[in-house]
Design a protein around this ligand. Sequence first.
Ligand code: 2HG
Ligand code: ZN
Length: 468
Amino acid sequence: MSAFVDALASRLPPGRVSIDPADLLQYGRDWTRDWTPAPSAVTWPRSTAEVVEVLHISRHFGVHVVPSGGRTGLAGGAVARQGEVVLSLERMNRIDPVDELGQTVRVQAGAITQIVQEHCERAGLTWPIDLAAKGSSTIGGNLATNAGGLNVVRYGHARHWVLGLQVVLASGEVVEVGGALEKDNTGLDLRQLFIGSEGTLGIVTEATLKLTRVPGKLDVLLFGVDGLPAALRLLREVRQGAPGLLHAFEYFTDFCASQVVEHRKLPWPLRNRPHAYVLVELEAPDAAVLEFWLGVALGVPGVSDGVVAQSSKQARELWAYREDITASLSAAAQRHGVGAPHKNDVALPLALLEAFCAELDGDWRQTRKAWPLALFGHLGDGNLHLNTLPPAGLPPTDWPSACATADRELFALVRRHGGSISAEHGVGLVKKPYLHLTRSPAEIAVMRAVKAALDPDNFLNPGKIFDP
Ligand code: 2HG
Ligand code: ZN
């Protein structure tokens, strides 16, 4: 192995390689904690030419490559556990000037999402993918995982906001797919092949992002609801009658709110404690029209309470009850003696969500009454996050197998209702054993054929999504 590290160190400029155990630990994993990181080295190329060089050297020594962005993923897609070299793109963070007429910006893959957004905002434009992790996630990681986030209901996923990509293939060849063209109807859309492929088909080194205007004033409303059916009735009302453009429609149960209240030492957000909450964000034209509509929304059966934030400070305070759920649950997991909550991220057709949740409350929930369950998510997209913590009294060694049983039953329900086992977090290592449940054998065969065509030696991010 040292001959490999020596080759990297001698063929790249100084400071590009590390075998320091602290670096191996930090760069060998993402936000998941189920695998022990064990890369052989970490390398930080600064240019596409250096990425190509790393691939050539790694291939020569038979070392597989795990591309790495901000490592904020929740599916184990950036985990290196078998002596791979981690190719971190974080030092490739150039951001070009905004093309204000074309509404595009060209960036290197390691540019931090939030920094790109702030750069574009100076021209009144934004890359509209809003994630809790945007302060550390990178554009390359956002594209490799087709990131979603809080505003998918308005803007869609990351894949909708890309015009061109520069990709280094497993062979070391550099390809430009797309460019700054809004329209290009010449055969297969190769950009979309790489976006969401979790670094298994090529390494995105640069991207031309499509931008849109920064939204106007956003109004934030928080409602109390007596359950998911009421939240869905409210969604129908929002879609049919709310003034302005819907920017977010988020759901979370009282248990989620209680975790945030405890962890952040916040007051309860509404006068009474409802069964669940819905946070609605609207780009609304007029305060009086919005106040009038609030009265209509409060008449929806099962909606018990509702407030409109009166200032941007209050809007941020209301958002905290939703955005701080993940961090509050991580803190709770430590108290329960596990590294992280057990997470799921499923999607259902909106029309079947109510039936799905009713069944979830049946056998699945009844056999796990003692499990603390946090149910929340991007309800406007049919995307639910389920986080569970070990119940009191369960030996920690029994927790992983109890979760595996719960997952199999959950995914059977998801499949029966036409859903997906991962709405936005991706497959990586976490969902790989279950991919076949909601993607057909024919689809997986096509995915394998694509992988075999682009990376026949399984050189890039091996073991992620599926085995070849
Ligand atoms: C969110 O929506 C993220 O906040 C994280 O997708 C979800 O912690 C989770 O399960
Ligand atoms: Zn989410």
